[in-house]
Design a protein. Structure first.
Length: 343
């Protein structure tokens, strides 16, 4: 049997690590794929690349190949070439010519080592990020190419009756403002597929949707194979940071500036909340950093509940005092028994 140096085929050294083999395989497979490369001999080179990856990415096959060379399949010994040295152990998954072609797709796009946990059919897939904060008209976000369409032509005829396989899901994140999450409504997002075609989807946002909630659009994922159903578009809700509120767990914190006399005497304050402004009574004798809790005015939670809004007081002074204000503060200083610091 003619000897083929699989290491040279993949353009790696014989001590190549799993990451190097995987990286070289993906690069060369893309370069010589018959649907991409029209040079003479591209298809034959593509087959050699797959054969080399089949052997070098399987630890047992690689050990036999390093020891037996061209006779690795049947255990026949061989005489190594002068520059031959045995490669180190490798653990990476393979695509076997007689196996399920879907194995090749997973290996080509980083499916992981053989023996590792595999994704079930129809799960995983492309991840995208979309935004509904701007409402209809946001620019399209690319979903990337349809990978099976890209590679399918290389294996035409490999199996006369391919098995049906549900299309992969497309997973992404839908960014919403706190106000949009509370109000809900319908948002229009545009997603572009691999050939640049833009698709517009109407997404219903339920009122009170919480951070981490998932919205499913059935049949909007990657197309199925051999007549199987398409996957779904799964969007995970992410709440954007807010310019006025900061998040503490399920609660929101808003900074409320108050005058010294309001903190001392009490006052009625108008506080901004995600639902709009509300009136809040400030008890007398408060200090900077004190917090007042407005229950049910925070972030939306599961089961329709909400966290709280914490109004954090911040005592502020006028930048300049007129003559009368200064005299009043001096009188307060002279008559007050309050000691802010221990003596």
């Amino acid at each position: 049997m003619e000897f083929v140096d699989y290491y040279k085929v993949l353009e790696v050294g014989r001590d190549a690590k799993p990451e190097e083999i995987a990286k070289a395989y993906r690069r060369l497979a893309r370069k010589y794929h018959p649907d991409v490369c029209k040079e003479p001999g591209a298809e034959e080179q593509f087959k050699r690349i797959n054969e080399a990856h089949q052997v070098l990415s399987d630890p047992e096959k690689r050990r036999r190949y390093d020891r037996l060379g061209a006779g690795w399949r049947d255990g026949q010994p061989f005489q190594p070439p002068p520059d031959w040295t045995a490669g180190g152990p490798v653990e990476y998954r393979t695509w076997e010519g007689g196996g399920d072609w879907s194995d090749f797709f997973e290996a080509f796009f980083g499916g992981g080592p053989r023996g590792s946990r595999r994704r079930p059919a129809g799960r995983g897939g492309t991840r995208v990020r979309v935004s509904a904060g701007g409402f209809p008209g946001d620019g399209p976000e690319s979903l990337g190419p349809d990978l099976e369409d890209l590679l399918g032509g290389a294996f035409a005829g490999a199996r006369s009756r391919p098995r049906p396989r549900r299309g992969a899901d497309i997973e992404g994140e839908l960014e919403l403002s706190v106000e949009d999450a509370l109000r809900g409504g319908t948002r229009t997002v545009q997603l572009a597929d691999g050939d640049g075609t833009s698709h517009t989807y109407e997404i219903r946002i339920p009122p009170g949707v919480h951070d981490g909630a998932r919205i499913r659009l059935g049949g909007r994922g990657q197309p199925g194979r051999a007549g199987a159903e398409a996957g779904d578009l799964l969007l995970t809700v992410r709440l954007r940071p807010h310019p006025d509120f900061r998040r503490e767990g399920d609660d929101l914190v808003v900074s409320v500036p108050v005058a010294p006399w309001e903190a001392a005497l009490g006052a009625s304050l108008r506080i901004r909340t995600p639902d709009g402004p509300v009136e809040m009574k400030l008890p007398p004798g408060r200090s900077s950093g004190d917090r007042l809790r407005l229950r049910g005015k925070g972030l939306p939670l599961r089961a329709g509940e909400r966290g709280d809004l914490l109004a954090e007081l911040r005592i502020v002074l006028p930048e300049r005092l007129d003559e009368r204000e200064r005299r009043l503060f001096e009188q307060l200083r002279d008559v007050s028994r309050f000691k802010p610091r221990p003596e």
